[in-house]
Design a protein around this ligand. Structure first.
Ligand code: AMP
Length: 584
């Protein structure tokens, strides 16, 4: 398989912003690939060699990539850098400078998919004193054998900025179109949600069809997309939705952790599937000790505990555990306890199909509990009065609110989906008109006056799970202190892009565009129709979306959430509708 065919397909994808067209391009291409090649192509389309949760990233520094471009093209490094400063993308610089004719030279040969994967693996695994030089040499060699389009994508992949616009959802659509049918799409998505491995799903489908997909199970070591909760604005509505009776758990204000435990090892993933094992080594070791069986996957909330009083500390304290520097002292000084709320796998059994009560029972029997490993406080409530009492107990215990969980026979663990099997109800809903929103930064406007020379306001977006787009909901310029304004360039500039990303939808034109990566918590007065914003565009009114009025940054950087875990457009719409109900 020639890499030029793959690069041409990436170029076609990049030239369209229509998800439907992207799906057709991919589906046509996928149909011609060997299953194992398909797996590699899927990873490359996401700018990777492995599934997202793989701990090593390619990410070569831009300067190193520019050095390789200079050496392969024969241009001086200054000239290459000058061009890059203008264009901001190593890919387009390489494309302009790497000559198409090079491929014809005596010393070069066309790159195959196999070569590209092998050379990228060398870059990924280079270690030690000379590793930078090795990476530059390997990249130079690849560029020497590349045509312009191949060079564009190779440089983007090694820089960690692939962006051809094909989201995981588009890949799944294309796989269904190519190897199955529309009806099979939910099952293909389920296989992805329980493995988080698009390449594995593609290869299995191409090789074994839907029978293979139906056999895909949760596996220790492969993170599972987390199940999420819907929200309702009042306790009576929660109880009504649950059919009069449900389980309620305290909603702890910490960091979600999914622990994959075996007899002698543990991996801990965040809700955005980052590997946080080193950050919670103490909790991980205790989970291994306390597990009564041999292998398990559990979920819980890691909460910082005051070492003197044993009380729970606010969310900000547990975020110290995310540091790279000073992690040892954070582990020593800020003890953490995991409050487990679910078990997805135990000793060879996938438990995600069992109803909630059965999973909870298995969870409570599978561990010894102590000061570092415990269960969320849970009770069964049968009416509004009991539910209000439970909520008051949760607030009294310094929790954010409650999680109501369905007791129905169908209360399975729905990986990757948000639904009414779990309903959250928080204290904030009592106090303010709306809850806070977690929104992705997609653009910035330069400041004026006191903020001249800095970013003065940010363009913020919600995530549309159905289309994979980020749709703007507000321009955010309030709630920033000086330190935050100064820190904005280093927080955002790594995600800067020259033009509006194909998955960003807005009616505004900021000075700078960003790929949606950074998530901030935003409070607002209320939700209102807006012609400039594209969230839920046309849903409530033909030519308007929904925007947040008087948005204010709460000071909480949600680096535990990926952009795709931002507040969804559906949630924004529901909250907009709720404003007109009696509940708020
Ligand atoms: P939110 O981040 O507001 O969407 O609320 C959902 C999050 O609450 C989950 O992802 C968990 O991190 C957290 N959480 C805290 N306590 C619980 C609980 N008892 N059950 C489920 N999730 C919980």
């Amino acid at each position: 398989m020639l890499f030029s065919d793959i690069a041409d397909t990436f170029a076609k994808l990049e030239s369209t912003s229509s998800r439907l067209e992207m799906t057709t391009i991919l589906a046509d291409f996928f149909g011609h690939l060997k299953p194992s090649d398909l797996r590699e192509v899927i990873y490359l389309s996401q700018g990777k060699l492995h599934p997202d949760f793989y701990p090593v990233e390619l990410g070569m520094a831009d300067k190193m990539v520019l050095r390789a471009i200079a050496s392969a093209s024969g241009y001086k490094e200054d000239k290459v850098e000058e061009m890059w400063l203008k264009e901001g993308d190593t890919g387009t610089v390489a494309e302009s400078l790497i000559s198409g004719k090079k491929q014809m030279s005596l010393f070069s040969q066309p790159l195959t998919l196999k070569d590209v994967v092998a050379q990228l693996t060398r870059i990924e695994t280079a270690q030690g004193k000379n590793s930078q030089a090795t990476k530059v040499d390997v990249l130079t060699g690849m560029l020497h054998d590349s045509g312009p389009t191949e060079a564009r994508y190779i440089c983007r992949i090694v820089s960690g900025r692939m962006r051809v616009g094909a989201s995981a959802m588009t890949i799944l659509d294309a796989l269904a179109q190519s190897f199955a049918d529309k009806e099979s799409r939910p099952d293909i998505e389920r296989a992805f949600n329980v493995t988080c491995d698009l390449g594995l799903v593609g290869e299995t489908l191409a090789e074994k069809g839907m029978t293979g997909i139906d056999e895909i199970r949760v596996k220790v070591g492969n993170p599972i997309k987390v199940m999420l909760a819907e929200r309702l604005p009042s306790i009576p509505e929660v109880i009504e939705k649950m059919g009069g009776r449900c389980a309620m758990e305290f909603k702890y204000d910490g960091m979600r952790a999914q622990a994959h435990i075996t007899k002698d090892s543990v991996k801990i993933y965040s809700r955005r599937l980052e590997n946080l094992t080193d950050n919670f080594l103490d909790v991980g070791e205790r989970l291994i000790q306390n597990l009564k069986g041999s292998e398990a996957i559990v979920e819980g909330e890691c909460v910082a505990i005051d070492p003197d009083t044993g009380n729970m500390l606010p969310f900000q304290m547990v975020t110290h555990r995310r540091r790279k520097h000073g992690l040892d002292s954070a582990i020593r000084d800020i003890p953490v306890k995991i409050f487990m709320f679910d078990i997805l796998y135990l000793d060879g059994r996938d438990l995600t199909h069992l109803p909630y009560e059965r999973r909870r029972e298995i969870l409570s029997q599978s561990f010894d509990m102590d000061d570092m490993v415990g269960l969320t406080t849970m009770g069964i409530v049968e009416d509004e009065v009991q539910a209000e009492e439970f909520f008051d107990r949760a607030i009294g215990a310094k929790c954010e609110g409650i999680m109501a969980k369905s007791l129905s026979d169908t209360s399975v663990y729905r990986a990757g989906s948000r639904g009414f099997l779990w309903i959250k109800y928080k204290k904030d809903y009592h106090e303010t008109l709306t809850d806070t929103f977690d929104l992705a930064v997609v653009g910035a406007f330069y400041g004026m006056g006191k903020r001249a020379g800095k970013y003065g306001a940010l363009l913020m977006a919600a995530y549309d799970q159905d289309t994979g787009d980020f749709c703007t909901v507000c321009k955010l310029g309030t709630g920033f202190d000086d330190a935050f304004l100064d820190a904005l360039p280093s927080l955002l500039d790594g995600t800067k892009v020259n033009t509006v990303p194909s998955n960003v939808k807005t009616g505004l034109e900021p000075d700078v565009w960003f790929e949606p990566k950074v998530v901030l918590e935003v409070a607002g007065a209320d939700l209102t129709l807006s012609p400039n914003h594209k969230a839920a565009y046309g849903w409530a009114k033909e030519d308007a979306g929904i925007g947040i009025r008087f948005p204010r940054y709460t000071g909480r950087l949600r680096d535990d959430k990926s952009a795709e875990q931002s507040t969804s457009v559906n949630e924004i719409y529901d909250m907009y509708e709720m404003q007109f109900s009696d509940g708020l």
